[in-house]
Each structure stands twice: as structure tokens, then as C-alpha cells.
Design a protein around this ligand. Structure first.
Ligand code: GRF
Length: 207
């Protein structure tokens, strides 16, 4: 059984999708042990509490720098023997120290088909705004392992969808989230079933 931590800064619909997938047995070999946030008022923390999942908030102001913050976080994850960290709308850039400590064990979900519409500044509604401004007909989401770049880590899986008649970033975000929820639980279950093999920058998915 893999021990999962979910990091979230906002509403946490992806967190909820993972909670539901564990409950329904769609994620068979994993358990969410902790939900962490850098925001005291993140609704994701409420979701955790409602579900009886331990939660943790660390106030960035209590630490001298990002390194010290992430060191405390890494120590906590190590002490809990966490096997997988799922970033689900976690809006704080992780330091290299944290990432190297958990190489191949941190996943992120991005609301576009990377490498398109990724990188600095491409988060939240900005992504969907950019997709619409570019006139793309297809978009989707990407689950990837996290490396030290922004949205550059090895891709685990992607789901694509038609932009269709979505006219506003909000409309598009709502449509993409449905695909995100499906993609994230699938990727996490593959990890938990030991079906993901990371070879350099490529992720092999075992049958
Ligand atoms: C999602 O669009 C995710 O792809 C991005 O941040 C958003 C988080 O949404 N990384 P939620 O908090 O899971 O609802």
C-alpha cells in the first residue's frame, strides 16, 4: 500500500477526485495519509478534515526562506514514510532540495497538453485564456513527474478534449477539470500498482 500526500493551495477538486477514487477502490493500492497546504484557508484542508484525513498547514512567514520551509516539509514527509506526493493546485514552487529528495515520487497535474501552455505564468485561468487566445481546437491535461523545471518533468499521461463551444476561460476550465479528475486518479493508481517506470526523461507504463 503506497502512502500518499496531497499538496494543495486552493479549492482541491483534484484532491476530492483522489479521495473519491480511494473510497471507490479505483485507487486500490494507495491511501492518502496527509493533505498539506501553504494556505491556511485552502478549501482543500476542509475537504481533508471532512474525510478524516490528517492535514498540515505551514505558514511561509514562520520560516527564514523557501529552503527552510521545504526542509521542514521534506522532514515531515520522510517521517511519515510518504511514497508519493501529488501536487493538486499547489501554488508554491518547490525547491530543488525538496524535489531531489523525492525524485520520481512527485506528480503534478497541469490543465493543458504540455509542453504547450506550460512554464512560468501558466497556471489557473491564464492557461485557458492562452488556449482560447491561440484559437486551439483541442486542449486537455497532463500528469507528469516533477523535475526542477516548471512543467518540464516526464509525462505520465495526457487526456485531450475538444475546446468545442467554450468561449470563456472559466467555461474551458470547468470542462478541462472533468478530464483532470479522471487523469489524476488513473496516474496515481498506475504509480501505486508499480506500473510506472521512469527511464531518463521517459515514463514507461507497464501493462
Ligand atoms: C487544476 O487546474 C490543476 O491542473 C492546476 O491547478 C488547478 C487546481 O484545481 N495545477 P483544484 O484545486 O484541484 O480544483
Amino acid at each position: 500500500m503506497k502512502r500518499i500526500a496531497v499538496f494543495a493551495s486552493g479549492g482541491g477538486t483534484n484532491l476530492q477526485a483522489l479521495i473519491d477514487a480511494v473510497d471507490k477502490g479505483e485507487i486500490k493500492n494507495g491511501k492518502i495519509e496527509i493533505v498539506f497546504s501553504n494556505k491556511a484557508d485552502a478549501f482543500a484542508l476542509e475537504r481533508a478534515k471532512k474525510q478524516g484525513i490528517p492535514s498540515l498547514y505551514l505558514n511561509p512567514k514562520d520560516f527564514k526562506d523557501r529552503q527552510a520551509y521545504d526542509k521542514e516539509l521534506a522532514d515531515k514527509m520522510n517521517s511519515m514514510k510518504i511514497d508519493l506526493v501529488c501536487l493538486a493546485g499547489y501554488m508554491k514552487i518547490l525547491t530543488g532540495g525538496f524535489i531531489n529528495n523525492f525524485n520520481g515520487k512527485i506528480m503534478n497535474i497541469h490543465p493543458a497538453l504540455l509542453p504547450a501552455f506550460g512554464g512560468e505564468g501558466m497556471y489557473g485561468l491564464h492557461v485557458h485564456e492562452a488556449v482560447l487566445a491561440h484559437g486551439d481546437k483541442i486542449t486537455g491535461c497532463t500528469v507528469h513527474f516533477v523535475d526542477c523545471g516548471t512543467d518540464t518533468g516526464p509525462v505520465i499521461l495526457q487526456k485531450k478534449m475538444d475546446v468545442g463551444n467554450a468561449k470563456t476561460p472559466e467555461e474551458l476550465q470547468k470542462k478541462v477539470l472533468v478530464y483532470e479528475h479522471a487523469a489524476y486518479k488513473e496516474a496515481v493508481e498506475l504509480f501505486c500498482a508499480d506500473k510506472l517506470v521512469l527511464e531518463g526523461n521517459e515514463v514507461k507504463v507497464l501493462k
